[in-house]
Design a protein around this ligand. Structure first.
Ligand code: PLP
Length: 405
């Protein structure tokens, strides 16, 4: 085998070459993998998904997407777009017909004067592009623990430092803890409200306090509002308190159950959005074209009303909280479709989750989202019948508290 300079490789020096039959060297693909990929551990969540695939008709509380389908008018618009030949690359920043009304919505809802807008290939794409555009190696990104998994892993891909701030036991936004975690290298503060995995939605006072810290300490806020549609009281955004200092991320995945269509948008200071656009050009290229045209239905169509679905999810939230609260320590969620209860007794999250699994109930252990392993995430994005069955199993498990560990 030749290396890039054309010289024969020395297998003693080359960890990616292994001897094979006949004494020839061959490439060891596993040895080629970069440290940044190996450093990411996705085993916790993958294990649950693998197990889910093997269970027969499980009570699946592990799912991060709504159990309803995309509303018909949006589907029809996507089908029409495909038939109409809207199947090619769009401009990197997105189609103008979508960007302009979104820009007006952002201005109306935040009071920002002239934000940049970028249509994203999913909110995930926006989290990545924002970090890549803003964080230098060694810069720190703060976020609350428990956290959405990407906040911890993506900064490390670019040599930046994820800095979780403990929010136990109430999962509220404690300004003094954020303030205490700031160092001279802190550049970004990520706020996720309503929150995955806790379901907590922050109050105006909490968001104002965080905005005040960001202003005083010169932090850029990344506000992940993917669950804004699933808010069981009025949705509040930190964006209105932070013109010029906030990147707002919104998505279509959860509210309209379009998780597979990969669509979201970022709004924020123009110089940052311009850099994110440039990076999108060389990574995702553009958001999927039919999905962008389908989203026009939400702007011009007035045919989509998610009130019934959101009301149903509020009732699911109530059912879960009512069913579990006398057996589990729970902070009542005000949004998203998750609760993050404490494991009862002296069991670890992993132990409790395996016990649930033995009873056909799938949960995610809290340490997937946290440095602690004392809680578990339950997604109630499933049928009412499954929720009721699941409550019965979990109450029983909580009653069977082992005396000692
Ligand atoms: C907090 C949070 N942000 C972002 C995302 C990604 O959403 P999208 O499908 O828009 O990439 C998720 C998905 O689970 C999420 O929970």
């Amino acid at each position: 085998m030749k290396n890039h300079s054309g010289k024969k490789k020395d297998s003693a020096m080359n960890p990616t070459a292994v001897p094979s039959a006949g004494g020839m060297e061959r490439l060891d693909p596993a040895g080629m993998i970069a440290r940044r990929a190996l450093d990411i551990d996705a085993s916790g969540i993958r294990k649950v998904f693998d197990l889910a695939a093997n269970l027969k008709d499980p009570i699946n509380f592990s799912i991060g997407q709504p159990d309803f389908d995309v509303p018909e008018p949006i589907k029809e618009r996507a089908i029409a777009a495909i038939r109409d030949g809207k199947n090619h690359y769009t401009p990197t920043q997105g189609i103008a017909e979508l960007i302009e009304p979104i820009r007006r919505q952002v201005v109306d809802s935040t009071g920002w004067r002239d934000p940049g807008v970028l249509i994203l290939s999913g909110t995930s794409g926006g989290i990545m592009l924002a970090m890549f555009a803003v964080l230098n190696p060694g810069d720190e990104a703060l976020f609350l623990d428990p956290y959405f998994v990407m906040y911890r892993h993506l900064p490390r891909l670019i040599g930046a430092v994820p800095a979780p701030v403990d929010s136990y036991p109430d999962f509220r936004l404690h300004p003094e803890r954020i303030e205490a975690a700031i160092t001279p290298r802190t550049k970004m503060l990520i706020i996720c409200s309503p929150n995955n995995p806790t379901g907590i939605a922050f109050t105006t006072a909490e968001l104002r306090a965080a905005a005040d810290i960001a202003r005083r300490r010169n932090l850029l806020v990344l506000s992940d509002e993917i669950y804004d549609g699933f808010c069981y009281r009025k949705h509040e955004s930190i964006a209105s308190f932070l013109p010029e200092q906030c990147i707002l991320l919104k998505g279509y995945s959860k509210t309209y159950a379009m998780t597979g269509w990969r669509l979201g948008y970022a709004a924020g200071p123009q110089p940052i959005i311009e850099q994110m656009t440039k990076l999108q050009q060389y990574t995702f290229v553009c958001a999927p074209s039919p999905a962008q045209y389908a989203a026009l239905e939400l702007i011009h169509g007035h045919t989509v009303d998610m009130t019934a679905q959101i009301d149903a999810y509020r009732r699911k939230r109530d059912k879960i909280v009512l069913g579990l609260r006398d057996h589990f320590e729970i902070n009542e969620p005000a949004g998203a479709f998750y609760v993050f209860p404490k494991v009862p007794g002296r069991r670890t999250a992993a132990e409790f989750v395996s016990q649930a699994l033995a009873n056909n109930v799938l949960l995610i252990p809290g340490d997937v989202f946290s440095r602690r392993n004392t809680h578990f995430r339950l997604s109630y994005a499933t049928s009412d019948a499954k929720i009721e069955q699941g409550i019965t199993v979990l109450r029983k498990l909580a009653e069977d508290i082992p005396e000692t560990k």
